[in-house]
Write a protein that binds this ligand. Structure first.
Ligand code: PLP
Length: 394
C-alpha cells in the first residue's frame, strides 16, 4: 500500500485531465430532475455553446458513455454490415477503433504508414481513385492520436476525398484535441466528429459526443447495422427539448455548463494558444534533455500531449513508475507497441505555466535521481516560455 502524501498529486496524463475547482464545485451540486424545466434549460444552453467548440451548426448528440461508445455510435448510425471502411496506421487508438469496427461486422482496410508522422493524404487519394465502384463507405481518422502525440491536418484528408470525387463519409475522432485545439467540423467537411468529456472539456469521463453532418444524417436513414442505445434519432431532439431518451449524467452536465463558462471566459482562441504554447514549452524541455519526441514532424506536434521517446536500452515504464512512487507525479503510460518506450506528458485542460513547469521539473528531478545525465530541460523550457511571452489574456 502507498503511504499517504502531503500536497496535491500531479496528474499529468493526457486525460482525464485536471478539473478546475469551479467544475468540481458544479459536479458536487445536488442532483436535479432530468425531466424538469431547470434541466431542459441547462441542456439546451449547453448544446448551443458546445456546437461552437466543435465549429458546427449541424446536429450534436450527447451520450452517457466514454469515447468508445461515441466511436461505436458513429459507425452504427452510418454503415451497414459488411461495409468496407478505410483507416490509417496512426497508433494505439486508431487501431482500437479499427478493431471495434471489425467486431461490429465491418471490413477494415488500413493504409500502412509511419505513426511518427501524419498519414499520407496522397496514398488515401490514390486508393479512393482506384475504388471506382465506391466500395469504401467511410474514412476513419484520429485527429490527435493520444498515444503518439501526432496531430493531423484534417483538411488535407478531406481534400484527398474530394479530389478523388469519392462519396465516403469522413469520421474523425477529436477526443484529445477538442476544446484545446482549433476544430472545424463544418469548415473541414467532417461527417461525424467523435469526442468525450475527460480531456479539453475538463470533466470526468462519462459524456461523449457525435457532431453529425447532413450527409451523415442522410446515411443514418439507410444504415443497416443494428443500433438501439446509440441511435441518433431520439438524441437529436435533446438540443431542442433537453429530453434524453434515457437517464442522462445530470452532474456531468452541470459540470459541462461550468467548463464551457470557463472556456468562453478565457476565449476559445486564447485557450488554443495556451495549449500550443504549453506544447512548445514541453518540447523545448525534451530537446533540452537530449531526448526525442515520438512525433517526428514539428508541424504536426500535438498541443495536448507529448510522447517522450527513450533510448532502446531504457525501460520507460520503470521510469514512469519511479516518478509516481517518488514524487507523486502521474505521467501517461506508453500504449500498445510503445509500452516501455515512451512516457506521455499530458498538457491539456485546466493547466497553467506553473503546473507545467512543476511537471517538467518533476520529470527532470526523477531522471537525475536515477543518474541520467540530462542537461537543462527545465532551463530550456523556461527560456522557451520567456521567448513566447505571457499566457494569452482573456
Ligand atoms: N480515442 C482517443 C484518441 C483517445 O485518446 C481515447 C482515450 O484516451 C479514446 C479514443 C478512448 O476513449 P475512452 O477511453 O473514453 O473510451
Amino acid at each position: 500500500m502507498r503511504q499517504p502524501r502531503s500536497g496535491r498529486q500531479f496528474l499529468q496524463i493526457p486525460g482525464p485531465s485536471n478539473l478546475p475547482d469551479q467544475v468540481q464545485r458544479a459536479l458536487a451540486q445536488p442532483l436535479i430532475d432530468h425531466r424538469g424545466p431547470e434541466f431542459a434549460d441547462l441542456v439546451i444552453g449547453i448544446v448551443e455553446r458546445l456546437k461552437r467548440v466543435f465549429g458546427t451548426e449541424a446536429d450534436l448528440v450527447l451520450f452517457p458513455s466514454s469515447c468508445t461508445g461515441a466511436w461505436e455510435a458513429a459507425l452504427v448510425n452510418t454503415l451497414s454490415p459488411g461495409d468496407l471502411v478505410i483507416g490509417f496506421e496512426q497508433g494505439h487508438f486508431a487501431t482500437a477503433w479499427h478493431q471495434l469496427a471489425q467486431r461490429l461486422g465491418l471490413r477494415v482496410e488500413v493504409i500502412a504508414g509511419d505513426a511518427r508522422v501524419p498519414p499520407d493524404a496522397d496514398q488515401l487519394r490514390e486508393r479512393l481513385v482506384a475504388d471506382a465502384d465506391h466500395a469504401i463507405k467511410a474514412v476513419l481518422l484520429v485527429h490527435n492520436e493520444t498515444s503518439t502525440g501526432v496531430c493531423v491536418d484534417v483538411a488535407t484528408i478531406r481534400a484527398a476525398i474530394d479530389d478523388a470525387s469519392h462519396p465516403a463519409v469522413l469520421l474523425v475522432d477529436a477526443i484529445s484535441s477538442l476544446a484545446s485545439t482549433n476544430y472545424e467540423h463544418d469548415a473541414w467537411g467532417v461527417d461525424v466528429t467523435i469526442a468525450a468529456s475527460q480531456k479539453g472539456l475538463m470533466l470526468p469521463p462519462g459524456l461523449s459526443f457525435n457532431a453529425i453532418s447532413a450527409k451523415a444524417l442522410a446515411a443514418s436513414t439507410s444504415a443497416g447495422l443494428p443500433r438501439s442505445y446509440w441511435d441518433w434519432a431520439p438524441h437529436r431532439e435533446v438540443a431542442l427539448t433537453g429530453w434524453f431518451p434515457y437517464t442522462p449524467p445530470t452532474s456531468l452536465l452541470k459540470g459541462l455548463h461550468e467548463s464551457l463558462n470557463l472556456l468562453f471566459d478565457e476565449g476559445l482562441p486564447n485557450a488554443f494558444d495556451r495549449h500550443r504554447r504549453h506544447g512548445a514549452i514541453t518540447r523545448a524541455a525534451v530537446a533540452g534533455w537530449d531526448l526525442e519526441t515520438y512525433c517526428r514532424d514539428e508541424s504536426a506536434a500535438s498541443a495536448t500531449v507529448t510522447a517522450v521517446l527513450f533510448p532502446d536500452d531504457v525501460d520507460a515504464e520503470q521510469l514512469r513508475t519511479f516518478m509516481l512512487d517518488e514524487f507523486d507525479l502521474v505521467l501517461g503510460v506508453g500504449l500498445g507497441p510503445l509500452r516501455g518506450r515512451v512516457i506521455r506528458i499530458g498538457h491539456l485542460g485546466g493547466l497553467n505555466d506553473l503546473t507545467l513547469m512543476g511537471t517538467l521539473t518533476g520529470l527532470e528531478l526523477g531522471l537525475r535521481t536515477l543518474g541520467f545525465a540530462v542537461p537543462g530541460g527545465v532551463e530550456a523550457a523556461i527560456e522557451r516560455a520567456l521567448a513566447l511571452g505571457p499566457v494569452p489574456a482573456s
